[in-house]
Design a protein around this ligand. Structure first.
Ligand code: TMP
Length: 204
């Protein structure tokens, strides 16, 4: 793979989505071809699966398998072709979200997730993962302020999001070679300065 795969992660309300378009524009201004995408989603079929995943109640195993089904489609239709032609792929969430939400949040055995990860994309991992970290109370206040319909994950209790946050931090500690933890409580400007430094260092 000639391209560069970057993923953004964090609990709901951590603020990562506000940075996706900025990161893409920054990389484009450096002359890179950028594919900006998201999970679950990123292809017509995966977006249909997203709608179900965010709204319909389902068994934990079903939820996990649908996340990975959406991912497989996304990888084969969008991510891998883009990386093969040398593009930069900026993806809002990826498999670390399954470890954090289905593993940490809902308690699915990690070994199951590791098996799925190996099966579905053992050969393709992000080069850089930006984890936007904020305390759960801060994230909950932000979501409440947004004053919109909450999806199935956002409606979960504070303890759920606390487990998700800690699962993310454990995953970051286990993979220091690709994770950068961003303190999401700082101002947008402060965060952008740090992002610019990280992305500039990543340039080949
Ligand atoms: P978003 O709101 O950041 O677009 O993400 C949609 C929700 O899907 C978010 O609450 C996290 C959840 N999710 C999982 O539970 N597992 C996964 O593997 C992914 C990619 C997302």
């Amino acid at each position: 793979m000639n391209g560069t795969f970057i993923t953004l992660e964090g609990i709901d309300g951590a603020g990562k989505s506000s940075h996706v378009s900025w990161i893409s524009e920054f990389l484009q201004s450096q002359g890179k071809e950028v594919v900006s995408t998201r999970e679950p989603g990123g292809t017509p079929l995966s977006e249909k699966l997203r709608e179900m995943l965010l709204s319909d109640a389902m068994d934990l195993e079903t939820e996990t398998l649908l996340m990975f089904a959406a991912r497989r489609e996304h990888l084969s239709q969008v991510i891998k072709p883009a990386l093969a032609r040398g593009a930069w792929v900026v993806c809002d969430r990826f498999t670390d979200a399954s470890f954090a939400y289905q593993g940490g949040g809902r308690g699915l055995d990690k070994s199951r997730l590791t098996q799925l990860e190996q099966w579905i994309h053992g050969d393709c991992q992000p080069r850089l993962t930006l984890l936007f970290d904020v305390p759960c109370e801060v994230a909950r206040q932000r979501i409440a302020l947004a004053n919109r319909h909450l999806d199935r994950f956002e409606q979960e209790q504070a303890q759920f999001h606390d487990r998700v946050r800690h699962a993310y931090l454990d995953r970051a500690a286990a993979h220091p070679e690709r994770f950068r933890v961003i303190d999401g409580t700082r101002t947008l400007e402060e965060i952008r300065v740090q992002l610019e430094q990280i992305l500039t260092q990543l340039q080949p």
